[in-house]
Design a protein around this ligand. Structure first.
Ligand code: PBG
Length: 335
């Protein structure tokens, strides 16, 4: 090829990159606090804080310790906090019975948060893994296979328990078939017509969930077993569209792709195909990788954090569940 090519110098893309003002002027995507959902881990009891070793900067907190965090979310304009429980091992059983206890940890925390911070959206996970003695998201048959329809029955009761406590958004993260429809009709039948469902529609059987399973204490229960008989195969992409279509048809208000950064192609396909509110979960392993590299001085923490969040927006996500939510929102507030 000879230089200059025919279109040069008519086209000099660097013209628009030359100054900050043109870079800002032509920028297509931006991250704001409104895009963030902050996942938190809650403990029973009072005055308890525990570090999650594999997630630097993330702590498990008892309700009293969580209240100032909720306050900060409100002040920073983070719309939603997502709750994940750490259940005492004596309360775990084969069926995850504690998941439907109206006086259990999650319903108690939901009631208290909604009383004190009515303007903060509260979201809860619908899944049994924090409650089961085996760490799976469902009930098992004699061979250890995860039962579908029986599990959906328990998940539906769990979602109703959360809705009765006043939660704004239920987020089924279990990947059983038919659970969105079952939960939606039960919510309607019980008058919870405003409860929103964010479906973990395309949730992959991913190795990136490792630190989360440490955080909620399901890793040791799960042992060497995996979730491949219900979570999606990382080799699939069309299947994600099928799962999203089913969940929307069954009554999901919002859909989610999980994990996040390694699955941005899925986010883009879902957004382009369905044009519905689409979320991505930047999961524990993604957070751990970025934190570890930043702690070693190998990456610039704030820069990679914001670049990773922007990548979700560019891929078509309307919002991101991220353990960086507080830090990112604080950074966005700085002039
Ligand atoms: C439970 C659930 C998981 C996550 C969210 N809800 C773990 C799993 O499916 O094993 C993972 C979140 C993360 O890694 O940050 N059903």
């Amino acid at each position: 090829m000879t230089f200059p090519p025919a279109s040069f110098p008519a086209n000099r893309p660097r013209r628009l990159r030359r100054d900050d003002f043109t870079r800002r002027l032509v920028r297509e995507h931006a991250v704001s606090a409104n895009d963030l959902i902050y996942p938190v881990f809650v403990l029973e009891g009072q005055k308890r804080r525990e570090n999650v070793a594999s997630m630097p900067g993330v702590e498990r907190l008892s309700l009293d310790e969580l209240l100032p965090v909720a306050q900060e979310c409100v002040e920073l304009g983070i719309p939603v906090m997502a709750l994940f429980p750490v259940i005492d091992s004596q309360l775990k059983d084969e069926k995850g019975s504690e998941s439907t206890n109206p006086e259990g940890l999650i319903p108690t925390v939901v009631r208290e948060l909604k009383k004190r911070f009515p303007e903060l959206g509260v979201m809860t996970d619908v899944a049994l893994d924090p409650y089961t003695s085996h760490g799976q998201d469902g009930w098992l048959d004699d061979t250890g296979y995860i039962l579908n329809d029986e599990t959906v029955g328990q998940l539906t009761k769990q979602a109703l328990t959360q809705a009765a406590a006043g939660v704004d958004i239920v987020a089924p993260s279990d990947m059983m078939d038919g659970r969105i429809g079952a939960i939606r009709s039960a919510l309607e039948a019980h008058g919870h017509i405003h409860t929103r469902i964010m479906a973990y529609s395309a949730k992959y059987a991913s190795a990136f969930y490792g630190p989360f399973r440490d955080a909620v204490g399901s890793a040791s229960n799960l042992g060497k077993s995996n979730k491949k008989v219900y979570q999606m195969d990382p080799g699939n992409s069309d299947e994600a569209l099928r799962e999203v279509a089913i969940d929307l048809q069954e009554g999901a208000d919002m859909v989610m792709v999980k994990p996040g950064m390694p699955y941005l192609d899925i986010v883009r396909r879902v957004k382009d195909e369905f044009h519905v509110p689409t979320f991505a979960y930047q999961v524990s392993g993604e957070y751990a990788m970025l934190k570890a590299a930043a702690q070693n001085g190998w990456l610039d923490h704030d820069a990679v954090m914001m670049e990773s969040l922007l990548a979700f927006k560019r891929a078509g996500a309307d919002g991101v569940l991220t353990y960086f939510a507080l830090e990112a929102a604080r950074l966005l507030q700085r002039p």
